[in-house]
Design a protein. Structure first.
Length: 133
């Protein structure tokens, strides 16, 4: 094989032709460096934004749940076509509340919180439809 251009000498020539990063860069890739101050600041800002999003989502969910309870009362008082409109409103509000409940779980996971069973104590989305008349 050496006579055909293959072998240790050929491999050395091919390897020598490959551009290599400086030794310090190679070492830096092998060992994680401590984050610098700008990186730490960026991570802090990202965490603050995640927490802020969590507050916005939970506030929206709380408002939707309050609206659902008020809508349920309107459904009980309404009759005829008005009742059908109120039922449609109630169903729309519930669908939005279920979506925001899911958003809340996703945002909590982004912050590292994995247990969501406690959420039902504080953010109980009504599951029953108002009974028919």
């Amino acid at each position: 094989w050496p006579s055909m251009g293959f072998g240790p000498a050929s491999a050395q020539r091919h390897l020598a032709a490959i551009p290599r990063p400086p030794f310090s860069t190679t070492i830096g890739l092998m060992f994680r460096r401590a984050p610098n101050e700008k990186h730490k600041e960026l991570l802090r800002e990202l965490q603050e934004e995640r927490a802020s999003a969590l507050r916005r989502i939970s506030g929206t969910l709380e408002a939707l749940i309050r609206e659902l309870h008020a809508s349920r009362d309107r459904v009980h008082r309404a009759t005829g076509p008005e009742r059908e409109r109120e039922l449609a409103t109630w169903r729309d509000l519930r669908a939005r509340a279920v979506k925001y409940r899911w958003y809340l779980e996703v945002q909590r996971e982004a912050l590292g919180m994995r247990r969501h069973d406690v959420l039902d104590e504080f953010y109980r989305v009504p599951t029953e439809l108002p009974e028919s008349r």
